[in-house]
Design a protein around this ligand. Structure first.
Ligand code: AMP
Ligand code: MG
Length: 967
């Protein structure tokens, strides 16, 4: 099978293919017994071990990176015999070749050069420190770079305090050491120190082999295929793609991982520690596996990603000879948990137990070889395969000693982080200690603390009942829960509940200009009179208050007269865009059971076909007979004001029922949120979208002027710029993509009167604010978010000039937000979940669609009222602002139009020749056409691509043409 075809395979197919291939390898390789390490042949150059090679390579990439420096520091009480200590180091250097090994390239390979003990430059440095905190000195020592070609790769410094006592700091490059080595080093150093200080010979058991022998042996093993069976295990375990773990980071990932970090630590309560140990015992496993399983489950809950990969160090000293050696033996093994099936913690523990047994049995194949075999995509911004590490430290690990001196270890935060996150767990006494090392380029300290809070809460929840489903565990501390559900939802503010938009509109001075269209002007007095006549007409022609009235008009003064007139009649308006296809118009008319359609004379022919009364609003004679006074109808706040249709997944649009109360709330909230009154608002959205509500009602309810662009001008940025200049427009609301083009093409000064720009309807690019503030430093840019179902807007963010991320801000007055998981539990700050909105903007749901309404509008789980589930993915930042992360379903926005792709798929499926359909959006730039290969690539990405292709291939040319013609 060619690479190309293989690339086009679905994940599942590729995984199957891998499995089949592997099955072939496996039967041909039986794991042989491992031969013992023997001394290397004296003449051969010794290559570096695989692990050393990787560390060397990392150092070449980034010589400043100190994350592979291993630092230990101890405070020493009493007098140190400096000569004996120096001699002890020399003893160790003579004894362990690795301590006098340097690295060189030979024939394109990295080789170890072992220097003679006498020729090797090593000195115990002696210095001083001032004050009682040596931490700064230690950090300085820890961060001095090593020269891998020259050595030495171990530094020892004795810092004497002027106040008495001293501190011994040992810094080693990981390329010659590991955790195990450090224990060994201290033991041998102590023995040698004791001997030297009392003038006795050093008695340490001789070493049969050296690190270089291991490295040589490891390469031999590899060349002889001794790792083949282990490699098969890892190929199977690590088949498929490696998703990048999307932790709740605060900052965008730097292009190159810098490994700068920090760490925090805490002890778990002894009861919790005991409960976790009991869980391990009950599951016949170790605390290591239990804590690892909990960590994996936690990462799943934090990221919602179901494929969780975590690395963990393996000592890799299964050859007895290696136990006595200092050197870099440490290997990395990967644990992987699949959370897609929704298991309990007990289930997870059982499977992790099995996995750990297998992983440890296969721990010696160098991780470097696994990576090079699997060849995952490389990106210097994150480590391949896994980005988080779990380290279980043996509680009774090495305690530094030095003869009879009293040593006290000093913990130093060396300011490094090898991975995005590393969790260290340790059982000391009856308590489990957790330490979290985190990359400070990604996380604020505050966030790391919160993560640890979440993890601790999560552990409590597991301990309470490990048999629960993993999705059921709580990770939200009580205080945070209260903040999310109670404090952040306090948005109540007074608003004129008993007032109606049409009354507010009627309250302004009669001579003020309400609407402008071309050269036409409508004062508030004229608007009121004409709207009254329309209302009177409706009521006298059989229209009942409380019913829907269709409005099928182009942008015009009549459009506004129609809207206000319908409201004054106590009816709800249903905008019908005359540009809609006839079938859609027919559907709306019938779905809303409209008794009558208000329209314009030039549209009569087109809309007349629908067999319903059509009244042209521009027929002056018709309305002239009507009284210009408001009709006497009673409207209540819960009556509908309008109904706007949006895309529906079944192929039928759905009408969103919006009340007067919703409308007045949505509109008057603008009076308080925005510092500038809507003096002159340029309406760019079609009146069939709810974003038009902003311009129409904000300006008219506040006494400003609504400016209407002529037909089609709303898409032409040159005309928009000219209109802004001509009318002295102060406010606009538009798609961010359109605003970007407007900024690009408007001439200097044309936009100078704008003071309030709102972008809405789709995600705003991060580059827009800079472009905006460069052009219009005195105008404020806002990002408004909200679905039609929540009455236009639910949250808003005043965008700063240089935001690090684009946000949608916080709930507007009288609206509130929840971000919840599939179990309707609030997710912690930083964690992605579905955005729910509640409050005064929540509409009455979908017309004639009780099931769909029940699916999307739910009783608020925490208080009275209803919430709407938006289908948008979002997360909270620590300050309560919300970050929009995309859709959870396949709804897309194309030029601001909300489209559910399944609507189109379902429409295609009604064709007799179509048995399956898949829609996807192909980004098209203005200059590039979509090519056949784009389409094929897009099709190949669809899970049913092959079937689809087969079907397509089976169609005759005529059938294909017929299908093409129809769509
Ligand atoms: P509509 O009902 O047409 O207003 O569409 C509402 C949907 O548009 C939301 O559910 C979001 O998916 C998207 N949307 C609206 N405003 C924004 C925004 N400021 N940023 C990102 N997406 C938005
Ligand atoms: Mg909207």
């Amino acid at each position: 099978m060619s690479d190309d075809r293989e690339k086009k395979l679905s994940d599942a197919k590729r995984a199957l293919l891998e499995k089949r291939r592997r099955a072939k390898v496996k039967t041909s390789s039986v794991a042989p017994a491992k031969p013992a390490i023997t001394p290397r042949p004296p003449e051969a150059p010794v290559l570096a071990s695989f692990g050393q090679e990787r560390l060397w390579y990392l150092q070449q990439l980034n010589p400043q990176d100190t994350s592979y420096h291993m630092t230990t520091a101890v405070r020493i009480d009493g007098d140190v015999d400096t000569d004996a200590l120096a001699a002890a180091f020399h003893t160790l250097i003579a004894r362990h070749e690795i301590l006098r090994t340097v690295f060189a390239l030979g024939d394109g390979n990295l080789v170890q050069r072992v220097e003679e003990p006498d020729a090797f430059e090593f000195r115990l440095e002696v210095g001083e420190f001032i004050g009682d905190r040596p931490h700064g000195y230690i950090r300085d020592l820890a961060s001095q770079p090593f020269d891998l070609a020259e050595g030495p790769l171990m530094r020892a410094t004795l810092l004497q305090s002027e106040a008495g006592g001293c501190v011994l700091v040992i810094v080693m490059h990981h390329i010659i050491s590991d955790e195990w080595s450090m224990g060994l080093l201290w033991r041998e150093l102590s023995a040698a120190y004791t001997a030297h200080s009392s003038g006795k010979p050093v008695e340490l058991p001789p070493l049969a082999v050296q690190y270089a022998d291991f490295a040589w042996w490891q390469r031999q093993q590899f060349a002889d295929g001794q790792y083949a069976a282990q490699m098969d295990y890892w190929r199977e375990r690590l088949a498929g793609d490696f998703p990048l773990l999307q932790l709740p980071t605060d900052h965008p990932r730097p292009r190159v991982q810098q490994h700068t970090g920090a760490y925090i630590q805490r002890d778990l309560a002894s009861e919790l520690s005991a409960a976790l140990q009991q869980i391990a015992k009950d599951a016949s496993t170790t605390l290591f596996v239990t804590m690892l399983a909990a960590f994996e489950a936690f990462l799943y809950r934090q990221t919602q990603q179901t494929d969780i990969l975590v690395g963990t160090p393996a000592t890799n000293r299964d050859q007895q000879q290696t136990e006595q050696l200092i050197g870099f033996f440490l290997n990395t093994i990967v644990f992987r948990a699949d959370f897609s099936q929704g298991q309990t913690f007990s289930d997870l523990l059982a499977s992790m137990r099995g996995q750990s047994i297998q992983a440890l049995a296969n721990q010696s194949v160098p991780f470097e070889q696994i990576v090079s075999d699997l060849n995952p995509p490389r990106d210097p911004s994150y480590s391949p395969i896994f980005q988080t590490m779990f380290v279980y430290q043996d509680g009774d690990g090495h305690q530094p000693t030095l003869g009879k001196l009293t040593l006290e270890p000093i913990t130093v935060d060396a300011g490094i982080s090898k991975f995005d996150l590393t969790l260290f767990t340790k059982l000391a006494g009856d308590r489990i200690t957790l330490s979290l090392e985190y990359d400070t380029d990604l996380f604020y300290d505050e966030t790391a603390h919160r993560l640890l809070d979440h993890f601790e809460t999560f552990l409590h929840s597991i301990a309470a009942d490990p048999a629960q489903n993993i999705t059921a565990f709580n990770m939200l501390p009580a205080a945070e829960r209260d903040m999310l559900l109670n404090q952040w939802t306090q948005t109540q503010a007074p608003f004129p509940v008993e007032t109606f938009a049409h009354d507010l509109i009627a309250s302004h001075p009669a001579e003020a200009v309400a609407v402008r269209y071309g050269d036409g002007v409508l004062t508030y007095g004229e608007l009121d009179a004409r709207a009254n006549r329309v209302a009177q007409y409706l009521l006298r022609n059989g229209v009942q208050p409380g019913t829907f009235v269709g409005l099928c008009v182009e942008r015009s003064l009549e459009m506004v007269v129609g809207i206000v007139g319908i409201l004054k009649a106590g009816c709800a308006y249903v905008p019908v865009d005359p540009a809609y296809p006839q079938e859609r118009i027919a559907f709306l008319l019938q779905d809303a059971a409209m008794p009558l359609l208000l329209t314009q004379t030039h549209l009569l022919d087109a809309v007349g076909a629908h067999n319903m009364p059509c009244v042209p609003l521009d027929d002056v004679a018709l309305f002239a007979e009507m009284p210009a006074t408001p009709p006497d109808v009673t409207v209540t706040p819960d009556d509908l004001a309008y109904m706007i249709y949006t895309s529906g997944s079944t192929g039928k649009p759905k009408g969103v029922r919006v009340t007067h109360r919703n409308l007045v709330h949505s509109t008057t909230a603008r009076f308080t949120v925005y510092p500038h009154a809507a003096e002159r608002f340029l309406l760019l959205s079609s009146f069939a979208f709810d974003s038009s509500i902003t311009g129409i009602f904000w300006s008219l309810c506040q006494g400003g002027t609504l400016c209407l662009p002529p037909h089609y001008a709303e898409r032409d940025v040159m005309q928009i710029a000219a209109l802004i200049e001509q009318y002295g427009v102060t406010h606009i609301l538009l798609l961010p993509s359109l605003y970007q083009i407007l900024l690009e093409f408007a001439q200097a000064g044309q936009l100078a009167t704008l003071n309030t720009i709102m972008v809405a309807g789709e995600a705003c690019p991060l580059t827009l604010p800079a472009e905006h503030y460069a052009a219009l430093p005195h105008a404020t840019l806002y990002n408004e978010y909200g679905p039609t179902e929540g009455t236009v807007w639910s949250t808003v963010w005043e965008i700063p000039a240089e935001p690090e991320k684009m946000l949608i801000g916080k709930a507007i007055p009288n609206m509130y937000t929840y971000i919840m998981d599939a179990q309707l539990q609030p997710v912690p700050v930083g964690v992605a979940g579905e955005l729910y909105i509640g409050g005064e903007g929540i509409t009455q749901g979908y017309h004639n669609r009780p099931e769909l309404t029940a699916e999307r509008f739910l009783p608020d789980p925490f208080r009275g009222g209803m919430v709407y589930r938006t289908g948008d993915l979002a997360r909270y930042l620590p300050d309560g602002n919300i970050e929009f992360l995309g859709r959870m379903d396949n709804q897309v926005k194309i030029s601001g139009h909300r489209i559910e792709l399944s609507e189109i798929e379902n429409a295609l499926l009604t064709h007799p020749h179509v048995s399956d359909a898949a829609m996807l959006v192909v980004e098209q730039t203005a200059s590039a056409d979509v090519t056949d290969s784009d389409l094929l690539a897009a099709l190949a990405a669809h899970p049913d691509a092959d079937a689809l292709l087969d079907e397509i291939e089976n169609l005759s040319d005529d059938e294909v043409q017929a299908l093409l013609d129809e769509t």
